[in-house]
Structures are given as structure tokens and as C-alpha cells.
Design a protein around this ligand. Structure first.
Ligand SMILES: CC(C)(COP(=O)(O)OP(=O)(O)OC[C@H]1O[C@@H](n2cnc3c(N)ncnc32)[C@H](O)[C@@H]1OP(=O)(O)O)[C@@H](O)C(=O)NCCC(=O)NCCS
Length: 168
């Protein structure tokens, strides 16, 4: 049987193209019908390989799920950006390519993010998800997140609700 070594590691510049492809596929899968179509296209177009290369080059915290011959997902994280919430860290984005979803890899990436944040002095974390993104809400609740804040987010002329989950 083909034994694959699956690793979670910090992104390297050579990953930029693969991460952009995961971002494109995951965002279309998650947000088509939730975010206005032209806004979604604009957001995806902005996040091409050059954007990811620049993010990696400036040292952003970015983990990838590496299957050896493919990148299956990524997670970006850092300091919490909402000063009125006490959580120290924030998971900015966690996305898996559609065919890697539902297999336990989201939990693994989340745990790796948590471990790195804890190690760097950020014991609690926050993550935002769109209120209409039911699979994401179910996932963060299953992982033990508590709803701590609700806030609108603007997409062009339209507004969508988003929910913050706190992990103590
Ligand atoms: C959301 C996402 C990161 C979850 O990753 P995943 O690999 O599909 O989830 P996992 O298989 O690791 O699931 C982890 C646990 O959550 C549970 N879970 C997953 N989705 C769930 C849901 N919709 N409702 C309830 N529980 C759910 C699983 O059953 C599993 O439970 P267990 O570990 O106790 O058995 C992934 O599906 C994804 O990238 N989705 C599209 C993009 C997205 O919405 N990202 C989040 C943006 S905020």
C-alpha cells in the first residue's frame, strides 16, 4: 500500500502557488451563494501566488498541510486584532481544499495553530466565521469554541453577520 507522510509545517515561498490554489478552491466551495459573487471573485483574484509569496516572505505565521505531492490546506494566525476581546491569539484563516475536508485534517491544523500560539505566549484564541457558514460553525463548536461576539462585515454594498468563537 502507498504510505504517505503527511506533515504540518510552516509555509515556504515555494508553496505560494499551491496555497493560492487551495484558497481559490476552498473559498469558492465555502462562500459561493454566501458572499456576493463579484466580491468573492475580487477577493480571490487579490490572493494570487504573489500575494501569498509576499505574506510568507514577510514572516506571517502560516501553516500548511503537506501531503508530499500536494498542499491540502493552510492556516494563518497571529495576535488577536479586536482589542475589546481578551483573547491573545487569533486564527485568521483555516481552509482545506474540498477533497481534503471531513477527514480530520481541519482539527489537526487547528491543534497545530493552538500549540504554536501557546508556545509563543498566546494561551487563548479567537476565530471569526460567517454566521451563514454552517459547516464552519459546527466545526468550531465541536472543537470547544464558545460564541463570544457577533458583528457585521461589509462585502461591497451588502453586509453579512459574522460570529467570533473564543477558545480559553
Ligand atoms: C471547516 C474546515 C476547516 C473543517 O475541517 P475538516 O477537516 O473538514 O474537519 P474535521 O474532519 O477535522 O472535523 C473535526 C471535528 O469537527 C466535527 N465537525 C466537522 N464539521 C462539523 C459540522 N459541520 N458540524 C458538527 N461537527 C462538525 C467532526 O465531526 C470532527 O469531530 P471529531 O474530531 O470529534 O470526530 C474545513 O471543512 C474547511 O476548510 N471548510 C471550508 C472552508 C471554511 O469554511 N473554513 C472555515 C472558515 S472560518
Amino acid at each position: 500500500m502507498d504510505q504517505k507522510v503527511i506533515t504540518i509545517r510552516q509555509a515556504r515561498r515555494v508553496d505560494a502557488e499551491s496555497i493560492a490554489a487551495v484558497h481559490d478552491a476552498a473559498w469558492r466551495g465555502a462562500y459561493r451563494g454566501l458572499i456576493p459573487g463579484c466580491e468573492l471573485e475580487r477577493m480571490i483574484a487579490r490572493r494570487g501566488p504573489r500575494w501569498w509569496d509576499a505574506a510568507i516572505a514577510r514572516g506571517s505565521r502560516l501553516l500548511v498541510l503537506d501531503f508530499g505531492d500536494a498542499i491540502g490546506g493552510y492556516a494563518s494566525y497571529g495576535r488577536n486584532r479586536v482589542s475589546s476581546l481578551p483573547h491573545r491569539g487569533e486564527l485568521f484563516e483555516l481552509y482545506l481544499a474540498p477533497h481534503f475536508q471531513g477527514l480530520g485534517f481541519g482539527r489537526k491544523l487547528f491543534e497545530a495553530v493552538r500549540a504554536d500560539l501557546v508556545e509563543n505566549g498566546y494561551p487563548s484564541l479567537l476565530v471569526w466565521a460567517l454566521a451563514d457558514n454552517q459547516p464552519a460553525l459546527g466545526f468550531y463548536e465541536r472543537l470547544g469554541g464558545k460564541r463570544v461576539r457577533c458583528a457585521p462585515e461589509q462585502f461591497g454594498r451588502e453586509s453579512r453577520e459574522r460570529i467570533a468563537f473564543g477558545f480559553e
